[in-house]
Design a protein around this ligand. Structure first.
Ligand code: 6CS
Ligand code: FE
Length: 316
């Protein structure tokens, strides 16, 4: 299959035009977005939706986060990525595989309807992760396009995927919120360099390869500006797979913890990596025949109660 988004092929960096629509169907009155939100999505490549989840639901998601981040077996697995400088937990990949609460969240209509509408297809989870970004020491994520990595290293053919980041803590101007470049989703930056074997063992701590050279970051930021995706806990940031984004380190005392779900069209499932010696592990990129997600409105309180460790029996 012709690689329409060549990157990391030894050649110089280049700006290529996006070939896919930003939204895969026109707006209609029964869309899960207002016309204004739809137009903003197409123009900018991202959308902040406030107050999607209640304070009670966020508290339940946080309780589950505490359970997972305290699970020593899980922390010893490769899905747990630590900060290079402090060893603190930086990201936990595939949290939905280790949590019935987060697995249910992937089927919550408030997320699933948006993904299915904008991608105009059945969808599955390509990747999920919690980025913890702890207070005082949480490191940042340099400017990048997720699609560049998912295309080069996972074999994602086309731009028909989006991320939904659910804020589990307030995302303020001070604790390293996501920064996005409006309109950058319409340009694919073909990056220089060659993907080494097992690149993810380094890139998930601090990505250097597959990031656009400075002049391209400057050009896209000059054209579109930079927007901080701030919002209260319970808000979400929807962003296109190719929008240029990053986040600064967090030196505030407050953590900036978000859970990200990447919804991919079932027609866009992974092929062989376009620019890497071998596919990345399943916890980074779901492979094989995709199974379309079915909507469900779960009882998060019951799921959290069932998942939480039983209190030590008295006198045990
Ligand atoms: O390599 C990846 O798939 C991950 N890297 C970044 C910086 N964002 C997307 C994704 O979690
Ligand atoms: Fe990213």
């Amino acid at each position: 299959m012709k690689d329409v988004y060549p990157s990391r092929h030894h050649g110089p960096a280049a700006a290529l035009p996006r070939l896919e629509p930003c939204a895969w169907q026109p707006w209609s009155a029964d869309a899960p977005l207002t016309r204004q939100q739809y137009d903003q999505w197409c123009r900018d490549g991202f959308l902040v939706l406030e107050g999607l989840f209640s304070a009670e639901e966020v508290a339940l998601f946080r309780e589950e986060l505490g359970r997972l981040s305290g699970d020593t077996r899980l922390l010893a697995r490769p899905e747990a990525i630590t900060e290079a400088n402090t060893g603190a937990l930086r990201s936990l990949f595939a949290p939905h595989r280790h949590s019935p609460v987060y697995d249910a969240l992937t089927r919550d209509p408030r997320l699933l309807r948006l993904a299915r509408f904008l991608l105009d297809d059945e969808v599955y989870i390509h990747q999920a992760r919690v980025n913890f970004k702890p207070g005082l020491s949480g490191k940042g994520f340099y400017w990048h396009s997720d699609f560049e990595t998912w295309h080069a290293e996972d074999g994602m053919p086309r731009m028909r995927a989006l991320s939904a980041s659910v804020s589990l803590t307030d995302n303020t101007p001070f604790n390293g919120p996501l920064m996005l470049v409006p309109g950058s989703h319409r340009t694919f930056i073909s990056c220089p360099g060659e993907t080494p074997a097992r690149h993810y063992e380094q890139s998930l701590k601090a990505q250097q390869l597959g990031t656009p050279p400075a002049e391209f970051v400057q050009q896209l930021c000059t054209q579109g500006g930079i927007r901080q995706a701030t919002g209260k806990a319970g808000s979400i940031v929807l962003f296109d797979c190719n929008v240029l984004h990053g986040s600064s380190e967090n030196i505030s005392p407050l953590p900036r913890s978000n859970i990200f779900f990447v919804f991919n069209s079932v027609r866009n499932s992974l092929r062989r990596p376009y620019a890497a010696p071998a596919p990345r592990p399943e916890y980074l990129a779901a492979r094989g025949a995709p199974e379309a997600l079915r909507e469900a409105s779960p009882d998060y309180a019951a799921l959290v109660a069932a998942a939480s460790p039983l209190p030590e029996a008295v006198g045990s």
